[in-house]
Design a binder for this molecule. Structure first.
Ligand SMILES: Cc1cc2nc3c(=O)[nH]c(=O)nc-3n(C[C@H](O)[C@H](O)[C@H](O)COP(=O)(O)OP(=O)(O)OC[C@H]3O[C@@H](n4cnc5c(N)ncnc54)[C@H](O)[C@@H]3O)c2cc1C
Length: 386
Protein backbone atom coordinates (compact mmCIF):
# COMPACT_ATOMS: atom_id res chain seq x y z
CA UNK A 1 0.00 0.00 0.00
CA UNK A 2 1.34 3.45 -0.86
CA UNK A 3 0.25 6.61 0.86
CA UNK A 4 0.66 10.06 -0.66
CA UNK A 5 1.38 12.54 2.12
CA UNK A 6 1.07 15.65 -0.04
CA UNK A 7 -1.98 17.66 0.96
CA UNK A 8 -4.40 18.83 -1.72
CA UNK A 9 -4.63 22.61 -2.40
CA UNK A 10 -8.26 22.43 -1.14
CA UNK A 11 -7.18 20.96 2.21
CA UNK A 12 -4.38 23.53 2.53
CA UNK A 13 -6.75 26.39 1.86
CA UNK A 14 -9.26 24.96 4.34
CA UNK A 15 -6.53 24.92 7.01
CA UNK A 16 -5.76 28.59 6.25
CA UNK A 17 -9.43 29.50 6.53
CA UNK A 18 -9.77 27.66 9.85
CA UNK A 19 -6.61 29.20 11.31
CA UNK A 20 -7.92 32.67 10.49
CA UNK A 21 -11.28 31.85 12.09
CA UNK A 22 -9.56 30.52 15.19
CA UNK A 23 -7.37 33.61 15.50
CA UNK A 24 -10.41 35.88 15.03
CA UNK A 25 -12.96 34.07 17.20
CA UNK A 26 -11.23 32.28 20.06
CA UNK A 27 -10.05 34.14 23.15
CA UNK A 28 -6.27 34.01 23.52
CA UNK A 29 -6.52 31.94 26.72
CA UNK A 30 -8.96 29.30 25.38
CA UNK A 31 -7.92 25.72 26.22
CA UNK A 32 -11.24 23.97 25.52
CA UNK A 33 -14.97 24.16 26.24
CA UNK A 34 -15.05 21.80 29.20
CA UNK A 35 -13.51 23.96 31.89
CA UNK A 36 -15.09 25.32 35.08
CA UNK A 37 -15.64 28.66 33.33
CA UNK A 38 -19.10 28.70 31.62
CA UNK A 39 -17.76 31.31 29.17
CA UNK A 40 -15.64 28.58 27.52
CA UNK A 41 -18.74 26.51 26.70
CA UNK A 42 -20.39 29.64 25.26
CA UNK A 43 -17.28 30.21 23.11
CA UNK A 44 -17.69 26.72 21.61
CA UNK A 45 -21.37 27.36 20.87
CA UNK A 46 -20.62 30.64 19.08
CA UNK A 47 -17.75 29.01 17.19
CA UNK A 48 -20.02 26.16 16.04
CA UNK A 49 -22.64 28.59 14.77
CA UNK A 50 -19.92 30.35 12.76
CA UNK A 51 -18.66 27.02 11.37
CA UNK A 52 -22.26 26.16 10.53
CA UNK A 53 -22.89 29.45 8.73
CA UNK A 54 -19.84 28.71 6.52
CA UNK A 55 -20.98 25.15 5.76
CA UNK A 56 -17.99 23.70 7.60
CA UNK A 57 -19.90 21.28 9.86
CA UNK A 58 -21.51 19.52 6.89
CA UNK A 59 -18.32 19.66 4.81
CA UNK A 60 -18.39 16.05 3.60
CA UNK A 61 -22.14 15.43 3.71
CA UNK A 62 -23.95 14.48 0.50
CA UNK A 63 -25.58 17.44 -1.26
CA UNK A 64 -29.04 15.94 -0.68
CA UNK A 65 -28.50 16.75 3.03
CA UNK A 66 -27.15 20.21 2.31
CA UNK A 67 -23.49 19.14 2.44
CA UNK A 68 -20.57 20.11 0.21
CA UNK A 69 -19.44 16.56 -0.66
CA UNK A 70 -15.82 17.49 0.08
CA UNK A 71 -13.21 14.78 0.62
CA UNK A 72 -12.48 12.73 3.74
CA UNK A 73 -8.96 14.23 3.59
CA UNK A 74 -10.39 17.73 3.94
CA UNK A 75 -12.45 16.43 6.86
CA UNK A 76 -9.20 15.10 8.33
CA UNK A 77 -7.54 18.52 7.94
CA UNK A 78 -10.50 20.10 9.74
CA UNK A 79 -10.29 17.56 12.61
CA UNK A 80 -6.57 18.20 13.02
CA UNK A 81 -6.99 21.96 13.11
CA UNK A 82 -9.79 21.62 15.66
CA UNK A 83 -7.94 19.24 17.99
CA UNK A 84 -4.67 21.19 17.70
CA UNK A 85 -6.63 24.24 18.91
CA UNK A 86 -8.34 22.62 21.92
CA UNK A 87 -11.40 21.45 19.98
CA UNK A 88 -13.44 24.68 19.76
CA UNK A 89 -16.43 22.64 18.52
CA UNK A 90 -16.86 21.35 22.11
CA UNK A 91 -19.37 18.49 22.18
CA UNK A 92 -20.37 19.19 18.55
CA UNK A 93 -17.53 17.00 17.26
CA UNK A 94 -19.68 13.98 18.16
CA UNK A 95 -22.41 15.15 15.78
CA UNK A 96 -19.97 15.25 12.90
CA UNK A 97 -18.26 11.98 13.81
CA UNK A 98 -21.19 9.69 14.40
CA UNK A 99 -24.61 11.26 15.15
CA UNK A 100 -25.13 12.73 11.68
CA UNK A 101 -23.74 9.66 9.84
CA UNK A 102 -26.06 7.43 11.91
CA UNK A 103 -29.04 9.69 11.13
CA UNK A 104 -28.25 9.60 7.41
CA UNK A 105 -27.98 5.83 7.43
CA UNK A 106 -30.73 4.80 9.83
CA UNK A 107 -32.92 7.85 10.52
CA UNK A 108 -36.45 8.29 9.19
CA UNK A 109 -37.08 11.12 6.71
CA UNK A 110 -38.74 13.08 9.51
CA UNK A 111 -35.71 12.60 11.80
CA UNK A 112 -33.32 13.63 9.03
CA UNK A 113 -35.39 16.75 8.27
CA UNK A 114 -35.60 17.64 11.95
CA UNK A 115 -31.97 17.10 12.96
CA UNK A 116 -29.55 17.33 10.03
CA UNK A 117 -30.13 21.05 9.26
CA UNK A 118 -29.89 21.88 13.00
CA UNK A 119 -26.63 19.91 13.32
CA UNK A 120 -25.24 21.53 10.15
CA UNK A 121 -26.07 24.96 11.61
CA UNK A 122 -24.13 24.09 14.80
CA UNK A 123 -27.22 24.44 16.96
CA UNK A 124 -27.81 20.99 18.48
CA UNK A 125 -25.79 19.14 21.08
CA UNK A 126 -26.27 15.39 21.56
CA UNK A 127 -25.20 12.88 24.14
CA UNK A 128 -24.68 9.15 23.92
CA UNK A 129 -26.84 7.09 26.31
CA UNK A 130 -25.15 3.71 25.97
CA UNK A 131 -23.25 2.71 29.15
CA UNK A 132 -25.03 1.53 32.29
CA UNK A 133 -23.75 0.52 35.73
CA UNK A 134 -23.46 -3.16 34.69
CA UNK A 135 -23.04 -2.62 30.95
CA UNK A 136 -19.88 -0.91 29.72
CA UNK A 137 -17.47 -3.20 27.84
CA UNK A 138 -20.29 -5.73 27.72
CA UNK A 139 -22.71 -3.14 26.37
CA UNK A 140 -25.24 -5.70 25.16
CA UNK A 141 -26.02 -6.52 28.81
CA UNK A 142 -27.84 -3.20 29.14
CA UNK A 143 -31.05 -3.33 31.19
CA UNK A 144 -32.82 -0.02 30.56
CA UNK A 145 -36.24 -1.34 29.61
CA UNK A 146 -38.66 0.03 27.02
CA UNK A 147 -42.00 -1.60 27.83
CA UNK A 148 -44.53 -1.70 25.05
CA UNK A 149 -47.72 0.23 25.88
CA UNK A 150 -50.61 1.50 23.77
CA UNK A 151 -49.05 3.27 20.77
CA UNK A 152 -45.46 3.32 22.04
CA UNK A 153 -43.11 2.51 24.92
CA UNK A 154 -42.44 3.52 28.52
CA UNK A 155 -38.72 3.61 29.22
CA UNK A 156 -37.20 3.14 32.68
CA UNK A 157 -33.61 2.58 33.73
CA UNK A 158 -30.26 4.28 34.27
CA UNK A 159 -27.40 5.39 32.07
CA UNK A 160 -23.98 6.36 33.40
CA UNK A 161 -20.86 8.26 32.24
CA UNK A 162 -23.06 10.15 29.77
CA UNK A 163 -20.77 12.92 28.50
CA UNK A 164 -22.29 16.37 27.88
CA UNK A 165 -25.77 15.40 29.18
CA UNK A 166 -25.97 18.68 31.13
CA UNK A 167 -25.54 20.75 27.96
CA UNK A 168 -27.15 18.47 25.35
CA UNK A 169 -30.70 18.76 24.02
CA UNK A 170 -30.90 15.21 22.62
CA UNK A 171 -29.95 11.75 23.77
CA UNK A 172 -29.14 8.79 21.51
CA UNK A 173 -30.48 6.13 23.83
CA UNK A 174 -30.25 2.34 23.84
CA UNK A 175 -33.05 0.42 25.53
CA UNK A 176 -34.17 -3.18 25.61
CA UNK A 177 -37.48 -3.66 23.80
CA UNK A 178 -37.56 -7.48 23.81
CA UNK A 179 -36.44 -8.91 27.17
CA UNK A 180 -36.94 -12.48 25.95
CA UNK A 181 -34.57 -12.15 22.97
CA UNK A 182 -30.87 -13.12 22.96
CA UNK A 183 -28.94 -10.16 24.41
CA UNK A 184 -27.60 -8.63 21.18
CA UNK A 185 -31.09 -8.71 19.73
CA UNK A 186 -34.05 -7.01 21.38
CA UNK A 187 -32.24 -3.63 21.70
CA UNK A 188 -33.68 -0.49 20.08
CA UNK A 189 -32.24 3.00 19.53
CA UNK A 190 -34.46 5.88 20.67
CA UNK A 191 -33.67 9.50 20.00
CA UNK A 192 -35.26 11.62 22.69
CA UNK A 193 -35.22 15.27 23.76
CA UNK A 194 -33.60 15.50 27.19
CA UNK A 195 -36.41 17.71 28.47
CA UNK A 196 -38.99 14.96 28.03
CA UNK A 197 -40.92 14.17 31.24
CA UNK A 198 -39.25 11.45 33.32
CA UNK A 199 -35.61 12.16 32.32
CA UNK A 200 -33.28 13.41 35.04
CA UNK A 201 -29.59 14.25 34.55
CA UNK A 202 -27.27 14.18 37.55
CA UNK A 203 -23.68 15.38 37.07
CA UNK A 204 -20.84 13.23 38.49
CA UNK A 205 -18.01 15.31 39.93
CA UNK A 206 -14.73 14.12 38.49
CA UNK A 207 -11.26 15.20 37.42
CA UNK A 208 -12.32 15.44 33.75
CA UNK A 209 -14.26 18.66 34.33
CA UNK A 210 -17.88 19.63 34.82
CA UNK A 211 -19.51 18.40 31.59
CA UNK A 212 -17.96 15.02 30.91
CA UNK A 213 -19.57 12.59 33.29
CA UNK A 214 -23.23 12.35 34.24
CA UNK A 215 -25.87 9.86 35.22
CA UNK A 216 -29.15 9.89 33.32
CA UNK A 217 -32.20 8.42 35.05
CA UNK A 218 -35.31 7.45 33.08
CA UNK A 219 -38.57 6.94 34.93
CA UNK A 220 -41.50 5.88 32.74
CA UNK A 221 -40.35 8.08 29.84
CA UNK A 222 -42.81 8.00 26.95
CA UNK A 223 -41.50 7.21 23.44
CA UNK A 224 -43.54 6.87 20.27
CA UNK A 225 -42.68 5.11 17.00
CA UNK A 226 -41.41 8.47 15.67
CA UNK A 227 -38.67 8.40 18.36
CA UNK A 228 -37.18 5.09 17.16
CA UNK A 229 -34.08 5.18 14.97
CA UNK A 230 -33.81 2.25 12.58
CA UNK A 231 -35.82 -0.90 13.17
CA UNK A 232 -37.28 -1.94 16.53
CA UNK A 233 -35.06 -4.67 18.07
CA UNK A 234 -32.29 -4.01 15.52
CA UNK A 235 -30.41 -1.40 17.56
CA UNK A 236 -27.24 -3.48 17.85
CA UNK A 237 -26.56 -3.04 14.14
CA UNK A 238 -26.87 0.74 14.54
CA UNK A 239 -24.50 0.63 17.54
CA UNK A 240 -21.84 -1.44 15.76
CA UNK A 241 -21.65 1.02 12.88
CA UNK A 242 -21.93 4.06 15.13
CA UNK A 243 -18.98 2.96 17.27
CA UNK A 244 -16.81 2.40 14.19
CA UNK A 245 -17.48 6.01 13.10
CA UNK A 246 -16.83 7.28 16.62
CA UNK A 247 -13.48 5.62 17.20
CA UNK A 248 -11.62 7.13 14.31
CA UNK A 249 -13.00 10.66 14.39
CA UNK A 250 -10.77 12.20 17.01
CA UNK A 251 -7.38 13.60 15.98
CA UNK A 252 -5.96 13.72 19.50
CA UNK A 253 -2.42 13.33 18.17
CA UNK A 254 -2.73 16.86 16.75
CA UNK A 255 -3.13 18.30 20.25
CA UNK A 256 -0.33 16.07 21.59
CA UNK A 257 2.03 17.35 18.90
CA UNK A 258 1.12 20.97 19.50
CA UNK A 259 1.72 20.72 23.26
CA UNK A 260 5.04 18.91 22.82
CA UNK A 261 6.23 21.46 20.27
CA UNK A 262 5.23 24.35 22.54
CA UNK A 263 7.13 22.98 25.52
CA UNK A 264 10.61 24.36 24.57
CA UNK A 265 9.20 27.88 24.02
CA UNK A 266 7.12 27.72 27.20
CA UNK A 267 10.18 26.73 29.23
CA UNK A 268 12.50 29.26 27.57
CA UNK A 269 16.04 29.19 29.00
CA UNK A 270 15.11 26.36 31.33
CA UNK A 271 14.56 23.95 28.41
CA UNK A 272 18.31 23.42 27.90
CA UNK A 273 18.71 22.63 31.61
CA UNK A 274 16.23 19.70 31.50
CA UNK A 275 17.72 16.26 32.21
CA UNK A 276 18.65 14.47 28.98
CA UNK A 277 16.45 11.52 29.92
CA UNK A 278 13.45 13.86 29.86
CA UNK A 279 14.26 15.49 26.52
CA UNK A 280 14.83 11.99 25.08
CA UNK A 281 11.31 11.01 26.26
CA UNK A 282 9.99 14.25 24.73
CA UNK A 283 11.61 13.35 21.37
CA UNK A 284 10.26 9.79 21.52
CA UNK A 285 6.74 11.08 22.29
CA UNK A 286 7.01 13.34 19.24
CA UNK A 287 7.93 10.32 17.11
CA UNK A 288 4.87 8.53 18.52
CA UNK A 289 2.59 11.43 17.50
CA UNK A 290 3.78 10.89 13.91
CA UNK A 291 3.10 7.18 14.23
CA UNK A 292 -0.46 7.84 15.43
CA UNK A 293 -0.96 10.32 12.58
CA UNK A 294 0.21 7.74 10.05
CA UNK A 295 -2.18 5.13 11.44
CA UNK A 296 -5.05 7.65 11.29
CA UNK A 297 -4.17 8.39 7.65
CA UNK A 298 -4.17 4.68 6.88
CA UNK A 299 -7.73 4.38 8.21
CA UNK A 300 -8.83 7.50 6.29
CA UNK A 301 -7.21 6.18 3.13
CA UNK A 302 -9.23 2.95 3.29
CA UNK A 303 -12.35 4.91 4.30
CA UNK A 304 -12.02 7.23 1.33
CA UNK A 305 -12.04 4.21 -0.96
CA UNK A 306 -15.26 3.01 0.68
CA UNK A 307 -13.96 0.36 3.11
CA UNK A 308 -13.40 0.24 6.88
CA UNK A 309 -11.12 -2.28 8.56
CA UNK A 310 -12.20 -2.54 12.23
CA UNK A 311 -8.73 -3.89 13.08
CA UNK A 312 -7.05 -0.72 11.74
CA UNK A 313 -9.54 1.43 13.63
CA UNK A 314 -8.81 -0.44 16.88
CA UNK A 315 -5.03 -0.24 16.26
CA UNK A 316 -5.29 3.52 15.78
CA UNK A 317 -7.33 3.90 18.94
CA UNK A 318 -4.84 1.86 21.00
CA UNK A 319 -1.89 3.90 19.74
CA UNK A 320 -3.56 7.30 20.12
CA UNK A 321 -4.87 6.69 23.65
CA UNK A 322 -1.49 5.40 24.82
CA UNK A 323 0.11 8.41 23.14
CA UNK A 324 -2.15 10.75 25.11
CA UNK A 325 -0.99 9.18 28.37
CA UNK A 326 2.68 9.19 27.34
CA UNK A 327 2.47 12.86 26.34
CA UNK A 328 0.60 13.69 29.56
CA UNK A 329 3.43 12.18 31.63
CA UNK A 330 6.18 13.91 29.61
CA UNK A 331 4.41 17.26 29.96
CA UNK A 332 3.83 16.89 33.70
CA UNK A 333 7.45 15.84 34.31
CA UNK A 334 8.57 18.81 32.22
CA UNK A 335 6.39 21.20 34.24
CA UNK A 336 7.86 19.63 37.39
CA UNK A 337 11.22 21.07 36.34
CA UNK A 338 9.80 24.62 36.28
CA UNK A 339 10.29 26.84 39.27
CA UNK A 340 6.90 27.26 40.97
CA UNK A 341 5.00 30.16 39.40
CA UNK A 342 2.09 32.10 40.77
CA UNK A 343 -0.49 29.34 41.47
CA UNK A 344 -3.38 31.78 40.90
CA UNK A 345 -2.29 32.57 37.36
CA UNK A 346 -0.85 29.55 35.60
CA UNK A 347 0.18 30.21 31.99
CA UNK A 348 -1.93 28.95 29.09
CA UNK A 349 0.64 26.21 28.45
CA UNK A 350 0.51 25.03 32.07
CA UNK A 351 -3.31 24.99 32.03
CA UNK A 352 -3.42 23.15 28.71
CA UNK A 353 -0.82 20.57 29.80
CA UNK A 354 -2.59 19.97 33.09
CA UNK A 355 -5.97 19.63 31.34
CA UNK A 356 -4.41 17.20 28.86
CA UNK A 357 -2.94 15.04 31.65
CA UNK A 358 -6.26 14.82 33.51
CA UNK A 359 -8.26 13.80 30.46
CA UNK A 360 -5.56 11.37 29.31
CA UNK A 361 -6.11 9.28 32.44
CA UNK A 362 -9.59 8.42 31.13
CA UNK A 363 -8.75 8.05 27.44
CA UNK A 364 -7.90 4.33 27.60
CA UNK A 365 -11.41 3.72 29.02
CA UNK A 366 -13.69 6.20 27.20
CA UNK A 367 -15.24 5.04 23.87
CA UNK A 368 -14.35 1.42 24.67
CA UNK A 369 -11.43 0.38 26.89
CA UNK A 370 -8.01 -0.42 25.50
CA UNK A 371 -8.45 -4.10 26.45
CA UNK A 372 -11.60 -4.26 24.31
CA UNK A 373 -9.75 -2.55 21.44
CA UNK A 374 -7.04 -5.22 21.66
CA UNK A 375 -9.70 -7.93 21.51
CA UNK A 376 -11.28 -6.25 18.47
CA UNK A 377 -7.93 -5.93 16.74
CA UNK A 378 -7.03 -9.59 17.37
CA UNK A 379 -10.39 -10.79 16.08
CA UNK A 380 -10.00 -8.73 12.96
CA UNK A 381 -6.50 -10.13 12.35
CA UNK A 382 -7.79 -13.69 12.83
CA UNK A 383 -10.59 -13.07 10.33
CA UNK A 384 -8.06 -11.60 7.88
CA UNK A 385 -5.95 -14.78 8.04
CA UNK A 386 -8.90 -17.03 7.17
C1 LIG B 1 -14.34 10.26 30.06
C2 LIG B 1 -15.38 9.22 29.72
C3 LIG B 1 -16.44 9.58 28.93
C4 LIG B 1 -17.44 8.62 28.62
N1 LIG B 1 -18.51 9.03 27.88
C5 LIG B 1 -19.51 8.15 27.64
C6 LIG B 1 -20.70 8.57 26.95
O1 LIG B 1 -20.83 9.72 26.53
N2 LIG B 1 -21.68 7.67 26.77
C7 LIG B 1 -21.60 6.37 27.20
O2 LIG B 1 -22.53 5.60 26.97
N3 LIG B 1 -20.49 5.95 27.87
C8 LIG B 1 -19.46 6.80 28.10
N4 LIG B 1 -18.33 6.39 28.80
C9 LIG B 1 -18.30 5.03 29.31
C10 LIG B 1 -17.29 4.13 28.60
O3 LIG B 1 -17.78 3.76 27.33
C11 LIG B 1 -17.10 2.91 29.53
O4 LIG B 1 -16.47 3.39 30.70
C12 LIG B 1 -16.24 1.84 28.89
O5 LIG B 1 -16.93 1.23 27.82
C13 LIG B 1 -15.86 0.75 29.93
O6 LIG B 1 -17.00 0.29 30.60
P1 LIG B 1 -17.07 0.24 32.21
O7 LIG B 1 -16.67 1.57 32.73
O8 LIG B 1 -18.38 -0.31 32.58
O9 LIG B 1 -15.91 -0.76 32.64
P2 LIG B 1 -15.97 -2.39 32.54
O10 LIG B 1 -16.60 -2.77 31.27
O11 LIG B 1 -16.54 -2.90 33.81
O12 LIG B 1 -14.45 -2.70 32.50
C14 LIG B 1 -13.58 -2.59 33.63
C15 LIG B 1 -12.20 -3.10 33.20
O13 LIG B 1 -12.31 -4.51 32.85
C16 LIG B 1 -11.82 -4.71 31.52
N5 LIG B 1 -12.60 -5.74 30.83
C17 LIG B 1 -13.95 -5.82 30.77
N6 LIG B 1 -14.30 -6.91 30.03
C18 LIG B 1 -13.15 -7.49 29.60
C19 LIG B 1 -12.85 -8.62 28.79
N7 LIG B 1 -13.82 -9.38 28.25
N8 LIG B 1 -11.55 -8.92 28.57
C20 LIG B 1 -10.56 -8.17 29.09
N9 LIG B 1 -10.78 -7.08 29.86
C21 LIG B 1 -12.05 -6.74 30.12
C22 LIG B 1 -12.02 -3.37 30.83
O14 LIG B 1 -11.19 -3.25 29.71
C23 LIG B 1 -11.68 -2.39 31.93
O15 LIG B 1 -10.29 -2.23 32.07
C24 LIG B 1 -17.33 7.30 29.10
C25 LIG B 1 -16.22 6.94 29.90
C26 LIG B 1 -15.26 7.89 30.21
C27 LIG B 1 -14.10 7.46 31.07
Amino acid sequence: MTLDFRESPEAESLRDQLRTMIADLLPEEFVGGFTDDPADMETTKAFCRELGSRGLISLTWPSEYGGQERSTWEQMALREEMWANYEPRGAQYMNVNWVAPALMRFGSQEQKDRHLPAIAAGEEIWCQGFSEPEAGSDLASLRTAAKSTAGGWEISGQKVWTSYATVAQWIFLLARTDPAAEKHRGITVFILPLDRAGIEVRPIRSMVGPHHLNEVFLDGVWAGPEDVMGEVNDGWRVVRETLAFERVGIARYARCERLLLEAPTALGDRWSALPLTLTARWAMALVHTRLARTLAYRVIDTQSSGRVDPGDVAAYRIVVTQLEQEVGEVLMDTLGELSPGDPDEPSKFVRAAEDHWRYAQASTVASGSIEMQRILMTRSMELGRR
